[in-house]
Design a protein around this ligand. Structure first.
Ligand SMILES: Cc1ncc(COP(=O)(O)O)c(C=O)c1O
Length: 393
């Protein structure tokens, strides 16, 4: 059998895709499954974006482009990030366009993290952070998120984890899997710590536009002295319902953007050219009405799923202020997170993720994505309620 390189043993994965496979296998056996496991909007990509991609194909955007992205696309991203964060900081030279936002994690960490460096990251959190940290032979330092703080962390907990070897802090707001949002006040304190201890920030802002009510996204780059020590990860997947297009971007200090472009040259050469042209259209004001519709619908679904979950025995669920996930505490059911996720999949026909898919501090919780129709959410709630009540009798 062909040998697998040793370094691969350090690479983790994203359980959502595995659960999707298991759920599809059950469907192939004739079972009906409500899919609340995958984090992708169920909406169609807005038509103006699709038309821009078709036009770009007709207009010859079918060739290789520069590694970091087409000049007009990089300009559009710099303008968009400046506009949405309320400042005028980023230049096109600091942008790298990638196939999906995910490569920014790998490329960004590859660019600045040395073996033995400590990287602090949210736990529960997006599983790829820990995977890449381990892969690079860096030291993962989990920062627990706390249910009693609406899934943000205590800044004192962060400070306690900083050592002279701390190279990077990963932030994700709004957050996957909890829907938690870091406030401006918290981010200000975090920024002060990063400056004091000379720490680089990887700021995963992929859900920056997905907030509800009075909660608005704050980027840590808004604070004096932070832009030069921060890499922003953002993209098209979540905001514009474009997960399958694979389009994302990162913003870096210019010399790091050059390193990331070099990594991209080694891996993919560049992002698809006609997709980048569609990306320019996505970032235009013409897409705003569609995004507003998505958000209105998400907010409604969030309210329905949170209300429903809080009526199920053994469940306790916070109202999250961002992203499209809920992260109920299920300790009252007497099951572990993995047992609960399996029980819901096999007994209730509802696919969700165990909180532990996002790290050890996810024990006691499960994650539902509410990027699904109200009818399906109500069906899932009914099924869960019936099966849990029967189990707990
Ligand atoms: C926190 C977070 N960051 C990044 C990504 C990756 O986004 P993309 O699909 O654009 O690669 C995801 C997708 O689930 C995510 O939840």
């Amino acid at each position: 059998m062909m040998h697998v390189a040793q370094r691969i043993s350090r690479l983790g994965t994203e359980t959502a895709f595995e659960v999707l496979v298991r759920a599809r296998a059950l469907e192939a056996q004739g079972k009906n499954i409500v899919h609340l496991e995958i984090g992708e909007p169920d909406f169609d990509t807005p038509p103006n974006i699709i038309k821009a991609a078709k036009d770009a194909l007709d207009n010859g955007f079918t060739h290789y482009g520069p590694a970091a992205g087409l000049p007009d696309a990089k300009q559009a991203i710099a303008d968009y990030v400046n506009k949405t964060r309320g400042y005028d900081l980023w230049k096109p030279e600091e942008v790298v366009f990638t196939p999906g936002a995910k490569p920014i994690m790998f490329f960004g960490m590859m660019a600045v993290v040395d073996e033995g460096d400590e990287v602090i990251y949210p736990n529960p959190g997006f599983p790829i952070y820990e995977s890449v940290i381990n892969y690079l032979n860096a030291v993962p330092v989990p920062l627990p998120l706390r249910e009693d703080r609406e899934f943000s962390f205590d800044v004192a907990d962060l400070e306690a984890r900083i050592t002279p070897k701390t190279r990077m802090l990963i932030l994700n707001t709004p957050q996957n899997p909890t829907g938690g949002v870091l406030t401006r006040e918290q981010l200000k304190q975090i920024a002060e710590l990063c400056i004091k201890h000379d720490i680089i920030v990887l700021s995963d802002e992929i859900y920056s536009q997905v907030t509800y009510g009075d909660f608005k996204h704050t980027s840590i780059t808004e604070f004096e002295g932070m832009k030069e020590r921060t890499m922003i990860l953002d993209g098209f997947s979540k905001t514009f319902a474009m997960t399958g297009w694979r389009m994302g971007y990162g913003l870096f200090p210019e010399h790091i953007a050059k390193v990331v472009a070099k990594l991209q040259t080694n891996v993919t050469s560049c992002t698809s050219s006609f997709s980048q042209m569609a990306g320019i259209e996505a970032l235009s004001d013409r897409t705003l009405p569609y995004v507003a519709e998505f958000l209105k619908e998400f907010e409604h679904r969030r309210n329905v799923i949170v209300d429903g979950l809080n009526q199920i025995p053994g469940f306790r669920c916070h109202l999250p202020h961002g992203a499209f996930y809920v992260f109920p505490n299920i300790e009252g059911t007497g099951m572990t997170s993995q047992e609960a996720a399996d029980f819901l999949l096999y007994e209730a026909g509802v696919a969700c993720l165990s909180g532990t898919a996002f790290g050890a501090h996810g024990e006691g919780f499960i994650r539902f994505s509410y990027a699904n129709s109200i009818d399906n959410i109500n069906e899932a709630l009914n099924r869960i309620d019936t099966k849990i009540r029967a189990r707990m009798k």
